[in-house]
Each structure stands twice: as C-alpha cells, then as structure tokens.
Design a protein around this ligand. Structure first.
Ligand SMILES: C[S@@+](CC[C@H](N)C(=O)[O-])C[C@H]1O[C@@H](n2cnc3c(N)ncnc32)[C@H](O)[C@@H]1O
Length: 223
C-alpha cells in the first residue's frame, strides 16, 4: 500500500466528513504564504480532536504547539461560548499567523494564545491557577512531551482527556537503538503512562497524508 493511496483516502475522508470552510482554508493558505512548515494535523485528525472535545463537553482546553492555529481552530470550535482554550507557541512568527487565523475564524474571544517556550510559560500559567483542563493536546517539541504530560496530569480532572500527537514516528517508537530525543520522549511518555495510576491510555497507529505515525489518548481517572 503506497503513501499516495493513504493521501487519497485522507482526501476522500476530508471532503466527506471533515470539509474545510473559509477559515480553515484561509488558515492553511496563510500558513503556506508565510513559509510555515505544513506540520499541522490533517483534516480528519482535526475533526477527531473536535469530536473528542465535544464528546466530553470540554470547556477548558490546553494546547502545546499552536503553529498557525489549524488544530486550535478545530478544538476551539468544540467549545461553548464561555469556554477557553490556552495555546502555547514558541515561535513568534508562527504565533503572529496563528493569531490572524484564529481571528479570521471568529475565535479570538475563546483562545488565549501565549507566545514563548512552553517550559517558560508554564510557571506563569501555574501562578495564574489556570485549569483544570478538560482536554490537553500535546503537539510541540516532541522531546518535551513527557514534561508536558506530567504538567497536564496535575491539571486535569477525572474525565479529562490528554492527547499526544506524533508518538509513533515511522515506527521509530520501538527502535531502542534510536537515541533521537524526540523518539526517546515518546518512549518516556508511554512508560510514564504505563506507570500512571491516574490515567488509562492507549496509542493508535495512523497512516495518511502525513505518512505513518500515531497518537496517544489518555483518560484521566483521578485515582
Ligand atoms: C507540530 S507543530 C503544531 C501543529 C499544530 N498543533 C496543528 O496541528 O495545527 C509544533 C509547534 O510547536 C512549536 N514549539 C516547538 N517547541 C516549542 C516549545 N518549547 N514551546 C512551545 N511551542 C513549541 C513549534 O514552533 C511549532 O509551531
């Protein structure tokens, strides 16, 4: 089975079940025009994030890694009028495009976009006593995913979901000789979850327009 066929199926699913409107099309066009790498989630994945958030009735969402705001738009569209999504982006050029894309989608009242490295922004968020978060989406620097998971677990409630993207990475997840910190981070994330009494998790492998990868979903039980 070829990558071209995976992409074709992604297009088929996207057109039927996760169609773009003006704001989503505009977000990707603005991202491309700004030279931002197209490493956002695919449309079916964005729709999945939206469905997960709606399924749990999420009112508070935390996102690590905004890029140009594509996943932010899918997630924020799941929120009620009094909901709030905090999204963290290290790269000011990405954040500038994201802010415009979020405003273009009419979501600026729901989205709190913070610019800086998440590691530097988290103490401020803690001081502001933000959270607990109903859903956390971990999609920033992959080596730091375990750190973000630990932070999110401490700021979740029973019933919260934590989703981490790009955890399989072409199957390198199980290549123990691979010392790439991004891969090691995904193994550490799995080991943390295996030992974590407060959460129940699984990982789903995916293929699609973005190649072969996967995501982890953890349900926080609070015990
Ligand atoms: C995979 S992209 C996010 C894609 C986005 N969630 C989407 O699907 O539309 C990762 C983003 O994380 C940002 N990033 C990298 N390191 C970071 C850090 N330490 N703190 C916050 N953001 C970071 C990158 O600049 C990049 O924009």
């Amino acid at each position: 089975m070829s990558e071209a066929r995976w992409a074709e199926v992604d297009s088929y699913v996207s057109e039927l079940l996760a169609p773009h409107d003006r704001a989503l099309d505009g977000a990707l066009a603005a991202s491309e025009a700004a030279g931002i790498p197209a490493i956002q989630v695919s449309p079916p994945q964005g729709k999945l994030l939206n469905i997960l958030a709606r399924t749990i009735g999420a009112k508070t969402i935390l996102e690590f890694g905004t890029l140009a705001g594509y996943s932010t738009i899918w997630l924020a569209r799941a929120l009620p009028e009094d909901g709030r999504l905090v999204t963290l982006e290290a790269e000011p050029a990405h954040a500038e495009v994201a802010a415009a894309n979020i405003a273009n989608a009419g979501l600026e009242g729901l989205v709190d976009l913070r610019v800086g490295r998440a590691q530097d922004l988290l103490p401020q968020l803690a001081a502001e006593r933000v959270g607990p978060f109903d859903l956390t989406f971990i999609d920033a620097d992959k080596a730091s995913s375990p750190e973000y998971l630990a932070w999110a677990l401490d700021r979740s409630r029973p019933g919260s979901l934590i989703v981490a993207d790009n955890v399989v990475r072409d199957g390198q997840l199980v290549d123990l000789s691979d010392e790439d910190p991004a891969i090691a981070g995904q193994r550490a994330l799995h080991e943390m979850l295996a030992a974590e009494p407060r959460a129940s998790a699984t990982t789903i492998q995916t293929v699609g327009a973005k190649g072969y990868d996967g995501f982890t979903v953890a349900l926080v039980s609070g015990r």
